[in-house]
Structures are given as C-alpha cells and as structure tokens.
Design a protein around this ligand. Structure first.
Ligand code: NAD
Length: 494
C-alpha cells in the first residue's frame, strides 16, 4: 500500500457530488442536496443530490434511448470487451483514490477496502469483459425439416439498486455482466455509499462507454429507488439489500410492468464447528474474521457459530482471544482490523440486539459496547454472545454488525436443524476433518454457498446467491449473465 498517497488523500476536500445522467453531471431537478456524513468522525464529508422522481425518470429515459438506438447493444461483443477492459484498467489505476474516498464515505477498513472495492470491481469488470465475446447461442436438436435457433439477446434497461457495505464490489457484480451483455443501466447507490460509484461512472465515460449507457442517480431509496422499481421502461431490476426493500421491489414490479426482479438479500449464516476440525485455532481465527471484518457489515458474515458441545467452552475462549486482539478504529489506518459502523442508525441497531440479549440473561463474552466515541465516529467492539437460544432474535434476525451469536450442539442432526432454522439461506461453513461428514453437511444445509474448513474468499468463478428469504438469482460467475440476457427462439421451416 502506498502510504504517502494514502496520507495525501485522507483529508483532501471532496467536492459536492452530482448525478451522472446521459453522460453529464447534474444536480437534483429541484436543487436539493443531502449531507454525506463520514462514519469515521461523524463529520460532513461533502454533499450529493437528493434525487427526485424526475431525476430517476431522466436517467431511465437516457438509458432507454441508449439501448434502443443500439449505440452499445449493437456493438460487436468484442468491441464492448475492449471498452470494458479499458474501464477496468482505469479503475485499477485510480484504486487508492477510490479506496480512500470509499472508506471516508462508508467506514470500511482500508486494508480490506482496497482489495474488496476498486481492485475487486476492476477484476469483476475484466472477467465479464473477457466473457462478452464467448457467449454463444444454440442450434436445437430438431427434426431435419426445421431449424431451431436459440438467440441470447441483451434484456434492455437494467435498474440496479445496491447497498452501502461494499458499493464497488457489489455494484460491479451487477454492472459487469449487464454491460458486457449489452444492456444499459440506471444505478441507484445507497444513501451512505454513493461517491465511489459516481466516480467509476465518470471513469466509464473516459474509457469510452457511450453517454446514457451507465447512469447514476443518488438520493433516497424511497424516492429514487422506488421510481426505478415502478418504471415501465426498466426491463430488469437487480438488487442487493434488505428483505424489506426486496419485498417492495417485487410489489412494484407486480404493479408496473412485471419486470424481472433479482434479489440478493441478507443472511444469518451458520458457521458449524465440529470438535474434529483440522485445526481449532485456525477455525477460531478465520471464524472471528468471518464475522468481524468490515465490522460484520458483510452479507455472508458467519453471524452464528454452532459449536459441538465438547469443545464449546474452549472454542469460545479462542474466539474471544482473536476478537480482543483485533484493532478497531480509524478505517484509514492500514493496521486497523475493523473500521467504523456505516451510520449512527446502524450502530444503534447493533447495540439494541446486545441490550436485548443481555436482558434475556445471555452471556456477553466480550464487547457489546460503543467505543471511541470521542472521535465522533461510529465504532463498536467486536461482540460475542454465548448461550443464545434458537428463539432469540439474535439467533434469527440479521444484525449486520459485529455481533456473533454462539450456540452449542450435540449431534449432526441438531446442527442441521439449528443451521436451517432461520428464514435465511445465504452462506454457511462446516469445520471438520471427516470428509464424509463434510459432504453430508454440504448436501443438507440450505444455503447458496457452504464453505468447508474456511470462511469467505470465494472468487469470481463461482456464483453467489441465496435460497429461502436470502434471495433469488446469482451474482458472480458466468451464471450471472442469465439475468441480463433474454432467450429468443427462431423456429424455421426448411
Ligand atoms: P436497504 O434495503 O435499506 O438498502 C439497499 C438499497 O435499497 C439502497 O440503495 C437503498 O437506498 C435502496 N432502497 C431503500 N428503500 C427502497 C425502496 N423503498 N425502493 C427502492 N429502493 C430502496 O439495505 P441496506 O441497509 O443498504 O443494506 C444492508 C442489507 O443488504 C443487509 O440486509 C445485507 O445482508 C444485505 N446485503 C446482501 C448482500 C447479498 O449479496 N445477498 C450483500 C450485501 C448486503
């Protein structure tokens, strides 16, 4: 990491942000702005447009025109590839600038932000760019008197609504395949993490992505997001965020044009530790980071640890030792292991879960409090709660903060019942040296991804998506293209 560059960027003034619509920077139609508060110190970082329904409509119209006139969708896929590769290169060249801006905006620790945000976004865009000219149609195995051709066509205008925890990484998971497929996009970033997505959209123009192909509108979800969801000119809606918003998007689709809606929602992911794990120290270290990195603000966070009873107490001690050794604080200090909580509201929500657990008599093994309040920022100590019961809110509902629920189990069947006993099904892990048990558990756990003897870190080659109320559809891997391509059959009499 270039510490000199980091030092010069960390307090650089951030000019007021603007929407990017039809290739131009624009203020809100009524001139309204909203403050961007840095969670690192609670101070105003800059302002951005408080977008209106008219702004969303202007962006949708621009994306519609850009799609319909073929300036992007009718390019040879190899030509789109060239432009997208140039864009990935520009994002990489601006990685430190983007990472620091992102950290000041959303609070993620810089070590993780640099890799997981600009560098991961660049890698994602490159992955889909390279795939753009390798997507073939099909010739169906028909009788000789007919020819059945299956075309794959770009689906049209994509509305993309993304959250604040990893705006560039998650944004790129949508933008990469959508743009490589030939779609145009209206992107709505989260209120508390818009700045870096606006910046990479400017870089997209520099790379040669035509005006109107990628539009970004900032503001409130209930206004800008809702206008995108209700639009009859948006063909596909892709979303990462909370279940409550996901439900609203499905309703909006039903009320408007039945646009396809793909949801990546939350999780309460079980991390199951058997006493025969190959290395319990390693399991504790990786598991602690699996919940506490980015202060638990990770959709796949392993927020429930289920431990075989005969190793429970020793394992909780190991977890606590790792948690207590983690440095929480200034997200722009490269030695920080966990940065700030994204917003004051999120911090309060995290503390409410702990207060409830404490009141119910659960054991707060470590943490449980706000820390570093004198900085003005929003920080919370990594928190472990033991003795959590399946009926507790902490066992069922997503905190989206650095709060780990620990529960003991005696048998494989009991572990499965606990693991599958929530409305969610996003991620899971199993720690065991028993190969047969590992495969049995992978089959029986209801989740989009099951890790074995590790947690997190899956790369672009594999899909990520939830089952049950964690969502539908998949980001990452070539499967992500399915969301952005329509199948069309040509049935030809010969
Ligand atoms: P959120 O649902 O509040 O917001 C997500 C986005 O939706 C934001 O851009 C917001 O402005 C917008 N939005 C809010 N209300 C809207 C409305 N009525 N209509 C249209 N858009 C609206 O969620 P959040 O707090 O930003 O993100 C945290 C959630 O995201 C957690 O539940 C987390 O698990 C989930 N998440 C899931 C994944 C995944 O891949 N499955 C990844 C990251 C985060």
């Amino acid at each position: 990491m270039d510490l000199t560059e980091l030092a010069s960027l960390r307090s650089a003034p951030v000019p007021p942000a603007a929407h990017l619509i039809d290739g131009t920077r624009r203020a809100a139609s009524d001139g309204a702005t909203m403050d961007v508060i840095s969670p690192a110190d609670g101070r105003r970082l800059t302002t951005m447009p408080r977008g209106t329904g008219d702004d969303a409509q202007a962006a949708i119209s621009a994306a519609r025109r850009a799609f319909d006139d073929g300036r992007w969708s009718d390019l040879a896929p190899a030509a789109r590839k060239t432009v997208l590769l140039r864009w990935a290169g520009l994002i990489e060249a601006h990685a430190m600038e983007l990472a620091v801006l992102g950290v000041r905006n959303n609070g993620t620790e810089i070590g993780m932000a640099l890799k997981a945000e600009p560098l991961s976004a660049a890698a994602t865009i490159r992955y889909y760019a390279e795939a753009a000219d390798k997507l073939h149609g099909e010739i169906a195995p028909t009788a000789p008197a007919t020819l059945g051709l299956v075309h794959r066509e770009p689906a049209g205008v994509v509305g993309a609504i993304v959250p604040w925890n990893f705006p560039l990484m998650i944004g790129a998971w949508k933008l990469g395949p959508a743009l490589a497929a030939g779609c145009t996009v209206v992107l709505k970033p989260a209120e508390t993490a818009s700045l870096t997505l606006l910046r990479i959209a400017e870089l997209a123009l520099d790379a040669g992505i035509p005006a109107g192909v990628l539009n970004v509108v900032t503001g409130e979800g209930s206004v800008v997001g809702a206008a995108i969801a209700e639009s009859r000119d948006v063909d596909v809606l892709v979303f990462t965020g909370s279940g409550a918003t996901g439900r609203r998007l499905l309703e909006a689709s039903a009320r408007s044009n039945l646009k396809r809606v793909y949801l990546e929602l939350g999780g309460k992911s079980p991390n199951i530790v058997f006493a025969d794990a190959p290395d319990l120290d390693e399991a504790a270290k990786v598991s602690a980071h699996g919940i506490f990195r980015n202060s638990g603000q990770v959709c796949i966070a392993g927020s429930r640890i289920l431990v075989e009873r005969n190793t429970h107490d020793a394992f909780v001690d190991k977890l606590a030792a790792v948690a207590n050794a983690m440095k929480v604080g200034d997200p722009l200090d490269p030695t920080t292991a966990a940065g700030a909580i994204n917003s004051h509201a999120q911090l309060e929500q995290n503390l409410d879960f702990v207060a409830e657990a404490r009141q119910a008599g659960r054991r707060i093994v470590t943490g449980g409090t706000r820390i570093l309040e004198d900085t003005g920022g929003f920080y919370m100590a990594p928190t472990i709660v033991a003795g959590v019961r399946p009926e507790d809110r902490l066992a069922r509902d997503e905190v989206f903060g650095p709060v780990l629920a620990v529960m003991p189990f005696d048998t494989e069947d009991e572990a499965i019942a606990l693991a599958n006993g929530t409305d969610y099904g996003l991620a899971a892990a199993v720690w065991t040296a028993n190969l047969s048990r590992a495969h049995r558990m992978v089959r029986r756990i209801k989740a989009g991804i099951v890790h074995v003897n590790t947690y997190g870190g899956s790369d672009m080659t594999v899909p990520l998506g939830g089952v049950k109320q964690s969502g539908n559809g998949h980001d990452k891997s070539l499967h992500a293209f399915d969301k952005y391509l329509d199948l069309k059959t040509a049935w030809i009499k010969l």
